[in-house]
Write a new protein. Sequence first.
Length: 495
Amino acid sequence: MIWSSHYPVLQVVLPLLMAPFIIMLRPARLAWLAATATSLLAFAVSVALVNLVNDSGAMSYPVGGWAAPYGIELRVDSLSAMMLLIVSGASSLALLASYRSLTTEIGEDRLGLFLSAWMLVLAGLSGILVAADAFNIFVFMEIASLASYVLVSGGADRRALPTVFKYLVMGTLGATFYLIGVGLIYIMTGTLNLADMAVRIQDVQDPILFFAAAGFISVGLALKAAIFPLHAWLPNAYTFAPHAVSVFLAACSTKVALYVFFRVDFALFQGNLGHHAEQFSLYLMPMALAAILYGSAMAIREPLVKRLFAWSSIAQIGYIILGVSLLTEASISAALLHMFNHALAKGALFIGIIALAAHTHSLSLQGIAGLGRNHPVIGTAILLAGLSLVGIPGTAGFISKWLLIEAIIEQQRFVIPLLAVVLISSLMAVVYIAKVAEALFFAEAPTTPANNRVSAAALVLLIVVFANIVFGLAPQFPIGLAEQAAQLLLLGSAI
């Protein structure tokens, strides 16, 4: 097909062009339909890109016909294709589930403006994933970030305003650090194309400048990815954002930052900085273990359900960082697979929040008391998504955790303490998911429960939970993508 060669740029152009158009659409449902259709079309393009990459290898798209490194290049390989699938899929499912929720939280008069910002976030995140040069990654990062601040603060909850200010400050610091690091590398190499950088950087004679660039980029992206202890913006951002935004951001926002972190580090630093592999493990592994235990502990003591799930996201980011810090093909593959599986599980849980919010005025553990008995389909689906997050056999979450355990045993370093942390944290996950299940099914129901119904949210929830089970029983597709991506990262040729 003639259009297939343009798929990389379509991932960005479709939502970017739709953003200003959506503002003009009336009524609100029409704006929502246009945004949802655009997101679904982007998802269809990402599915096509996955198939093309599997069949033919990485795709390169020279913007304007100018070949890299002199022109701007877009590039899609197995890793970026998997991430595009996560981003466009999360956006589509969140929009499909949330029309009634959005009109309640945002209001019909502002929904067009809100959805325009949503399209900019989708375009920015997709642009990060297809950009093949360091500066355009920054440009798309800023597009996504600025629009994300609008989404988080767009609801009726005024507690989102101080939250988004903290999010803005830390996001700006992260982007600034990243840009300083890129500037230092540009001084040394005279190029911004990542593949060209990887070649030219081998001839750099000034290790101090190189170390400084690596430090700035790593800290900046760690802020963006909410890697412990740079996670302070995340819990409140997920908690006080509109419910649909929580679905979107929890499923993919930090994972896109992790994608850039891994891609830049493996392409530029792993093979060119002396002893970088040892330093990479030395610094990231303790942070990963602390994130796993701290995030799980905070989730256990949290009474607000959205915040509970937000704290668990910090723990799940720790699993991803732990796998990559081991620096073996098996561990990196498990970590990348966990990015995919966590997006499924956490996306389902936050869609469950949308479904529950129609039946209660409070999303605390007390506020959802008895809703699982009153609405057993929603309650059971949330429980199944929680079991996937824990890693129960038969769910997608089990596959990536099991592969991570196998990778820990195979690499033969710190096996006992690492396995202990994974086991303890899994038991802690059982505790906080059990708290939610107890409130849903065993706590005394309020005397006057809300009677609103959100059938679309319940239907989408069932679809995502079904996907968690399908990829738990037949995980070959995501495992294949993750293994290809891990091989590319270790070869240093994933750019």
